[in-house]
Structures are given as C-alpha cells and as structure tokens.
Design a protein around this ligand. Structure first.
Ligand code: ZN
Length: 291
C-alpha cells in the first residue's frame, strides 16, 4: 500500500511539473470552459523571481481552455474582434478531443492504475499500466499533430518540437490542449484579445492596470480605453462608510483620503466624495486619473 501511494505521489509530482508553466508579469492567461467568457489573470499566480512566477492550471478534469497573450504587444498587432472570436472557436473545437483523451489518460493514471495496483499487486498489472500510459500518450500526440497543423499552418512542422516533452514524459500528454492553444494569440494585440474573450470585469481590471500608469504603448491603450473610458474610471462599490478613498488602478479601498496606494505605490488615492452628485468625476479625480 505504501509503495502504491509512493508511486502515485511521484506520478502526481511529474504531472504537476508538466502542467504548470513559467509566466512573465506582462503576460495575461485567459482561462475557462470553452464557449464561455473567460477569466483573465495578469502575470503569475505564484510570484517566484522578480515579478515572474508560475501559472497553475486546473489539475483535475474537466479541463479548461488556456490562451496566453502579451499585454504590451504593439498597436500594429491584429485587433479585430471578429478574427479573434473566430480563431478562439477553431481552437476550442480542436482542443475538445484532446481534453476528452486527456481525461481518459488522467483517470487511467490517477484512479484506475492505483486501484489495480492495490487490488492485484504491481507484478500482475504493471504491463497494463505501462501500455495504457504510453498508448494514451501516443494517441494524444497523433491528435495533437493534426490539430497543430490546422491551427498553425505557417509553422506546420512545429508540432514535433512541441511533443518532445510528451515523448519524454507521457504525463505531459494530459496537458496537450494547453500546449496547443496557449501561444495561439501571441501575434495579436493582447488587450484586444482580452476585450474579445474575457469577462468585462476582468478586462476592465487589466485595462485599469495599464491605463493609470506611464504607459510604453499609449496609443494602444488609448484605443482600447476609448469605448470603455467611463467604465475604466467608474469607482468601486464602497465597501463601508469608513472607506474614505480608493485606488483608481487596483480599486483597493482605504480609510484615508490622501497619499498613494500601498499596492500601486505611485498612484494617488481618490476620495469617494470626488464623485459629484451627477455621478461624474470631479476635477480632482480627473487630475488623479491622468497620472
Ligand atoms: Zn492600487
């Protein structure tokens, strides 16, 4: 029993190390079920070095879609919402079969194999477990290659490079759909992709982050903020009457009126009473927003 638990634990560690990926602070990961508005995570979930760190996707079935975009990509990058939605739909269709196969392989590795090991012992079932593991990975690689050639026609042979980790560790095949879809939008304007695919709440949170700061790409963000400017400047719902001010960038609420945000450092606090009775921001708010 202890040996079985040890084997499953090692397998789980290998699987987790294959599933997580390194992410830089200006990268945004879009995640969620296919066909729905996606969540958007700016930068890593676990910061490890500088502002970079790890993104950890869902490790249990059912598996979700993941796209990664660059928040600072230039104005010349593709921005058309119709194109973005069409590419996302193609990716979801291509990833669906990989997700189904990944679920079967996951169940084989982490449910069926441990149950068989406990019931019949390693000597009687090891061949079944190994054949299932490598057989499952080979089938997934086959579907991955076909889907890659369809989604990346200008980089058709690139699938060979991408499947190398799956050849070395069959557990990586469980994450094949992420490997397939993650880089799909790197040639697009990152914030335009977030606008098209993410929830409005997550889009506004990320746009605020770039809008209220000295921006290396002001044209891009002015373009994106134009239709959303009022929403970007809308204050958060006041959490309590003791809250005197808030950060226009991260919406942290504070019990003081002045100074800078403890999270964003160079962003000045905006008083809640800066909002005029008509609902529009006062001059003071406008002045804080320009910084
Ligand atoms: Zn802040």
């Amino acid at each position: 029993m202890t040996e079985v638990l040890g084997l499953v634990f090692v397998a789980w560690l290998v699987y987790v190390s294959d599933a997580v990926w390194w992410i830089k602070p200006d990268r945004i990961v879009l995640y969620g079920p296919a066909g729905c508005k996606l969540g958007a995570q700016l930068g890593p979930r676990f910061v490890l070095r500088g502002s970079s760190g790890l993104f950890i996707p869902g490790l249990f079935p059912t598996f979700h879609m993941h796209f990664e975009v660059d928040a600072t990509s230039g104005a010349a990058q593709r921005t058309k919402e119709r194109d973005i939605v069409a590419v996302a739909e193609q990716a979801c269709a291509a990833a669906r079969r990989l997700h189904q196969l990944a679920t079967i392989l996951w169940v084989h590795c982490f449910v069926l194999a441990p149950a068989l090991l406990v019931t019949f012992g390693l000597r009687r079932v090891w061949i079944f477990i190994i054949v299932g593991l490598f057989g499952g990975a080979v089938v997934i690689i086959g579907f991955f290659a076909r889907a890659w050639r369809f989604l990346y026609p200008s980089d058709s042979p690139g699938w060979k490079r991408e499947v190398l980790p799956m050849v070395l560790s069959p557990f990586a095949a469980i994450c094949a759909a992420d490997t397939l879809t993650r880089p799909l939008f790197l040639s697009f304007n990152g914030l335009a992709v977030v606008r098209a695919l993410a929830t409005r709440e997550d889009f506004l949170r990320i746009v605020r982050f770039y809008y209220f700061r000295d921006d290396p790409n002001p044209a891009v963000h002015a373009l994106l903020a134009r239709d959303f400017e009022d929403a970007v400047r809308t204050p958060p719902a006041r959490a309590g009457m003791e809250m005197e001010g808030y950060c226009p960038r991260c919406h942290t609420q504070l019990t003081r009126l002045t100074g800078t945000c403890p999270e964003c450092l160079d962003i000045e606090i905006v008083p809640f009473d800066a909002i005029t009775p008509s609902g529009g921001p006062s001059d003071r708010f406008q002045s804080a927003a320009r910084h």
